[in-house]
Design a protein around this ligand. Structure first.
Ligand code: COA
Length: 324
């Protein structure tokens, strides 16, 4: 399949980044980062999650966080939830763009640690989620398949698990009278490699050809960029990513807040632009956001362009020299 002409990056650095930190950062700083990201051309920013504050204390003030953001028209400010209680909390919180999702686990061990239930129980609960969505008048936008490529606690994961998850979600949506629009395959713990991307994306597409398949990749072992490229080469045009490479799941790499997080948005936008793929994102503005994220977090973050910058200034200098 050809590479896409245009790719969409859904920014998850704020939710992913702050959830793993040991301390709560000032609300004003987090708001400043979201508002700056919204000025870059990114159209989807995942701000926070509505999970148990006992499990993730840094997400205790999600409602206040959403309420405090000055919204830019055309940008979706979304939330994550992992149970029905979280969904209702998000629905009741002003300023949350309700993009409903289903969540299924390819690893039962990880489901237990992250969600307090088995993968099979989570699958069963999705029927209750569908009923809640119908009651609230929202439709499923996305299925997330967590730990689709491997699991620190369960080992290698068979692509058949992702196919099964995709089929479950497709059936639930069909019963509700619509198709499943998007399936995000998550490499939650950094087990993927380019060949695995090809295998799992291929298998899921074959099983549910009508869904747009996207990737949520972590750069835990340095293969994030290679995995994005593998996705692009299969025509994948939707990626979750994090400014400055923020992020990481507190239930995947326990205690390690310095481990690489999600694939870095500005680095991946740079790769796309260099290859002639449009993203609608202002790369230089995004690099400024990465610097802002680093200043707020207060330690060196993982993005490469944070240190090197893009190639723009070299190209400008060359153009000026030619003009002179
Ligand atoms: N929001 C606020 N509180 C919640 C909640 C939510 N979404 N879900 C559960 N709680 C509270 C319950 O009210 C209960 O409180 P209590 O002890 O004061 O009565 C307590 O948490 C336990 O509730 P229970 O229904 O038994 O949930 P659980 O212990 O099975 O936890 C999750 C399920 C999903 C809520 C929990 O595991 C969690 O929040 N995990 C976070 C995972 C995460 O964020 N991972 C990173 C992103 S993938």
């Amino acid at each position: 399949m050809d590479m896409p002409n245009r790719v969409e990056f859904r920014e998850e650095g704020v939710r992913e980044g702050f959830q793993i930190e040991k301390r709560l950062y000032p609300l004003a700083d987090r708001v400043r980062l979201v508002e700056a990201l919204a000025e870059t051309g990114l159209r989807h920013i995942q701000v926070a999650s509505f999970v148990s504050p006992k499990a993730v204390p840094n997400m205790a003030d999600s409602a206040e966080f959403f309420a405090a953001i000055r919204k830019k028209p055309g940008v979706a400010y979304t939330a994550l939830w992992l149970n029905e209680k979280g969904f209702w909390r998000a629905l009741e919180s002003p300023g949350v763009d309700m993009q409903a999702r289903l969540a299924l686990y390819a690893s039962s061990e990880f489901a237990l640690r992250n969600n307090g239930c088995s993968a099979a129980e989570m699958a069963r609960r999705q029927r209750d989620w569908m009923a809640a969505y119908a009651k609230a008048g929202v439709q499923v936008e996305t299925l997330s398949v967590l730990a689709a490529f491997g699991c620190n606690f369960e080992g290698d994961v068979d692509p058949a698990r992702s196919v099964e998850a995709a089929r479950i979600a497709e059936d639930l949506c069909r019963e509700a009278g619509y198709g499943i629009p998007k399936i995000m395959l998550a490499d939650t713990m950094g087990w993927a490699n380019p060949a695995a991307i090809k295998r799992v994306v291929g298998a899921v597409r074959e099983a549910v050809p009508t869904a747009r398949v996207g990737l949520h990749l972590h750069d835990t072992r340095g293969l994030g960029g290679a995995n994005v490229l593998a996705g692009l080469m299969m025509g994948v045009d939707l990626f979750d990513s994090s400014v400055a490479g923020l992020g990481g799941c507190p239930f995947s790499n326990p205690g390690d807040t310095t481990a690489a997080g999600n694939v870095c948005t500005e680095d991946m936008v740079f790769m796309c632009h260099e290859m002639g793929i449009e993203t609608d994102v202002d790369l230089e503005a995004l690099i400024e956001c990465a610097h802002l994220a680093e200043a707020i977090i207060g330690r060196r973050l993982n993005g490469h362009l944070l240190r090197s910058g893009s190639l723009a200034r070299f190209r400008e200098a060359k153009a000026m020299a030619l003009q002179a």
